[in-house]
Design a protein around this ligand. Structure first.
Ligand SMILES: Cc1cc2nc3c(=O)[nH]c(=O)nc-3n(C[C@H](O)[C@H](O)[C@H](O)COP(=O)(O)O)c2cc1C
Length: 222
């Protein structure tokens, strides 16, 4: 591996990425390229490996339009993005220790023997109730949501590596937006809530210069 070359490619991508406010509505991302972006969400790490998420690729223009009044941060991105992803975070009905979903993940997906799964569930219970203190509904949803942001970051970085623009979106009224999605049959509100969203596509104008605090102001080695 040529590290110098790879580092330059990564840094070029991080320089290229910006929060794209409006996309070129005529330019579509090819299936293979978007599959690559989704693959990075699929392979993203999650706490205990329990994948507290689901990703909706919202390509239905009518439903996108219905969301606009409740998504002030995406009024231009919703209608113009080639692909628009809603990252759903699982609620405590699934994420709570001992739930059917947690059992399914350990047994069917992680293929753990019963005794190992029981032990893991005990650790997970202690983690939820004591270490991280996330047992109440809202905190557990937010904990699941934090993990969705890892997938979001990976998708945006991967997209930038192949010249695809993106915009992360949390400018929305969660309750009202979720109601639309539930009414349209896109969201099961018992199990999921909207963590964050993201548009992907191609820019039509150049972004402003990046503004960042100095590294010295935010990074320290002790
Ligand atoms: C979690 C998150 C939510 C964001 N929500 C929105 C949004 O709703 N609408 C928008 O236009 N930009 C949104 N942004 C973009 C930020 O404003 C932007 O990333 C920041 O100003 C830095 O600029 P840059 O990404 O172009 O470097 C969001 C960014 C993050 C990380």
């Amino acid at each position: 591996m040529n590290k110098t070359k790879v580092k330059k490619q990564v840094m070029d991508a991080y320089g290229f990425r910006h929060a794209c406010k409006i996309f070129d509505a005529d330019k579509k991302i090819g299936d293979e390229d978007f599959d690559f972006v989704l693959e990075t969400a699929h392979l993203s790490p999650s706490s205990f490996g329990f994948e507290p998420w689901s990703f909706v690729v919202l390509q239905d223009a009518r439903i996108r339009e219905l969301l606009v009044p409740y998504a002030w941060g995406a009024t231009k991105q919703l209608p113009t993005a080639s692909h628009f992803v809603i990252l759903l975070a699982k609620k405590s009905v699934d994420m709570k220790h001992g739930s059917d979903y947690v059992r399914y993940m350990m047994k069917e997906i992680q293929q753990l023997p019963d005794d190992v799964a029981d032990e893991k569930n005990e650790k997970y219970k202690h983690f939820q109730e004591s270490d991280f203190d996330i047992a109440d509904e809202r905190t557990m949803f937010d904990w699941a949501g934090k993990q969705c942001y890892i997938a979001l970051g990976n998708m945006m970085s991967a997209a930038a590596m192949i010249g695809i623009d993106s915009c992360p979106v949390e400018g929305f009224d969660r309750k009202l937006l979720e109601k639309v999605l539930a009414d349209e049959g896109v969201l099961d509100r018992q199990k999921y809530g909207v963590a964050v969203m993201a548009g992907f596509g191609y820019r039509i104008k150049q972004p402003r210069e990046k503004t960042r605090r100095s590294k010295a102001d935010k990074i320290r080695t002790v």
